[in-house]
Design a protein around this ligand. Sequence first.
Ligand code: AP5
Length: 256
Amino acid sequence: MKKPDKKAWFQGGAAVCANPPDPPVGAPWRLVLLGAPGVGKGAQATLLCERLGACHLSTGEMLRAASCEGSRVRSPALRTALANMRKGALVPDDIMLELVSLRRHCLRCSGGFVLDGFPRTVAQAEALDVLLGREGLALDAVFDYELPVEEVVARLAGRRICPGCGAVYHVTGRPPQRAGICDACGKRLVQREDDRPEAIHERMRLYGENTRPLLDWYGRKGLLVTVPANGTPDEVYARTWISGRTMRAAAATNGG
Ligand code: AP5
């Protein structure tokens, strides 16, 4: 399956993807992934998108792509967003909503979407409802990945990313073939600034305070599916897929 370049998501505004996903055989999937920082949402989003043909819309990845661009193209709002991200704080809702709103056409992507990292607060979930409502779209499911905190911290502490192509590795769980070097593009791997211990602590705290309330929010809407995130990425994916298929079949039976 071809890999979308996600230019529209990374640049926003009038930018158009050179390589959009092919429309899927059945109805496109529109999903939200929730879970603590480092639980494996990005890994699952990658697998879901490869297999469902959807587009991976990660707000963290969008911000990291912006941080690699020259500082002259950064607006004051974007500079605030990147400063917050580096220290593990949330980007303020008004800035985040403006960035997502500039990319709202990605919600209409022909292949569907997997939102990873958005929404992260109840205000963002309300705004997403409005954006989707305007487009006449609805979510199929919201997956919440759960893992004991020690395992989450181990996943974060061992994560290394490629600053060139964004590939994600783990020093023990998913090491590159040559230590410290990206298999895909040969660049030297780095640790994300917000994967330092003090930033991890802050991200976990903010997750509990701001994002956990979304579990009730989506639970009340009948969209929430809790997925144990232990095991290999493929094992977690298999659980996700079975739950998603069951949820969609139930919605179809109930005329949803
Ligand atoms: P973002 O990039 O969204 O970070 P996050 O939610 O904290 O999630 P992570 O990317 O850290 O982890 P993940 O769950 O995707 O795990 P991964 O798959 O990489 O956001 C970064 C920052 O941007 C935020 O802190 C905030 O400042 C800002 N931001 C973004 N969106 C925002 C919003 N909406 N509002 C406000 N601020 C916003 O996996 C982690 C590691 O584990 C990897 O090494 C991976 O290889 C490994 N791994 C994955 N799955 C498994 C498995 N099953 N078994 C073993 N290892 C695994």
